[in-house]
Design a protein around this ligand. Structure first.
Ligand code: DGJ
Length: 363
């Protein structure tokens, strides 16, 4: 062994394997690098393609259904029902209450709304306590997370259900970090009323409200929450009385409040409805179906879950819908579409777009 080669072991290896073998190794190395680069390039999402499988940054399908988003320190966090395993219809079922076992609430993070990194389960199932709301035998739906500036806590509300959907309660969990783990506090019926499909909305003054389908899903309740966002403060209103609205998604534009809801047809799609109000606890006026284009009368086969305020001052919002696959809930897909706002008239439409980018948010 020469002195120079002992200082450079790699050269020694090349000497040993010979010039032609070395060329072959370098060739293989280049091929390997190119393949890796190609795989990385493949997993980068460049556009929103509603109804397609959306992969996370590891190339795995994003699993966050009935979800909601939170923007915190320049990053978006997407929370949703983590649906894995077989979809079953219980033997006692008298209606289509297809379900998967509770596994928890997932959390993904992203800076561009297109490429999502799996952060793990923000709230996990509790396998060893059959009484827990988080036991696999139960149902956990529509998680929404908000940040409380006063307590500096992240607060999650979920629809906590029994397998037969008779519990109709809201569950609350807290965390010090956006990705969790969240600590489950417990469940209750807000203001002693049923609570199923639900969402949270924090107004500009920091007051948080829970909107939920109540009274056997026939009437929507708007519950104002305490300053810590952990429970109702006792003030609530009943709206859309007897109108059977579900899946509320709330946003604010130019000092008015808007709410997209669905009708009440189990996992099957129906027509969406947009409503507007001057104040959250005030009167809500139905505007009509904002969806336009092919299958608009069925919300493009989706159901509302959240509206992302990307740039509310400029009227840039994304309406998020779930496309449920009731017999294979884990393969349910996402339909995200820009809300098109006429800046002069305030008219809002959600046109069907098979593929779009953030540039399409400009009105
Ligand atoms: C419609 C709701 O919007 C969903 O979240 C889910 O609860 C299904 N009903 C169950 O049928």
């Amino acid at each position: 062994m020469t002195k120079a080669n002992s200082r450079f072991p790699l050269l020694q290896i090349f000497n040993n394997i010979g010039y032609y073998s070395m060329k072959r190794y370098i060739f293989l190395l280049v091929i390997l690098m190119l393949t890796t680069l190609q795989v990385v390039a493949q997993t980068k999402n460049e556009a929103f393609v509603p109804k397609a499988v959306w992969n996370d940054t590891e190339g795995k399908p994003i699993n966050a259904h009935g979800g909601g988003l939170l923007k915190y320190r320049g990053k978006y966090y997407w929370y949703g029902e983590y649906k894995v395993g077989e979809t079953t219809l219980p033997s006692w079922a008298t209606w289509e209450c297809y379900r998967t076992d509770v596994t928890g609430v997932s959390c993904y993070s992203s800076k561009d709304l297109l490429n999502w990194t799996f952060e793990g389960l923000a709230l996990s199932a509790v396998k060893d306590d059959p009484e827990s709301d988080l036991h696999p035998s139960k149902v956990i739906e529509r998680p929404k997370v908000v940040y409380n500036k006063k307590t500096k806590k992240f607060v999650m509300w979920v629809h906590a259900e029994s397998a037969d959907y008779s519990k109709a309660a809201a569950g609350v969990a807290v965390s010090d970090t956006p990705q969790g783990p969240f600590r489950y506090i417990g469940s209750f019926r807000p203001n002693d009323a049923m609570s199923r499909d639900q969402t949270l909305f924090v107004d500009d003054d920091g007051t948080c409200y829970q909107f939920s389908s109540s009274e056997e899903n026939q009437t929507l309740h708007i519950n104002r929450l305490t300053d810590d966002y952990l429970k109702p403060d006792g003030q609530y209103v009943r709206r859309f009385i007897g109108q059977a609205r579900e899946a509320p998604a709330v946003f604010k534009y130019k000092d008015k409040y808007y709410m997209i809801t669905s009708g009440c047809t189990g996992w099957d799609p129906n027509r969406a409805e947009l409503a507007v109000a001057d104040s959250i606890m005030g009167e809500w006026t139905v505007i009509g179906d904002p969806c336009t284009g092919i299958d608009a009368d069925k919300t493009f086969y989706g159901q509302s879950t959240y509206v992302i305020p990307v740039n509310p001052k400029k009227g840039q919002f994304i309406a998020c819908f779930d496309m449920w696959k009731k017999k294979d809930l884990a393969d349910s897909r996402y339909i995200w579409l820009p809300i098109k706002i006429n800046r002069d008239t305030g008219d809002m439409k959600i046109p069907w777009m098979p593929k779009w980018t953030l540039k399409d948010l400009k009105n």
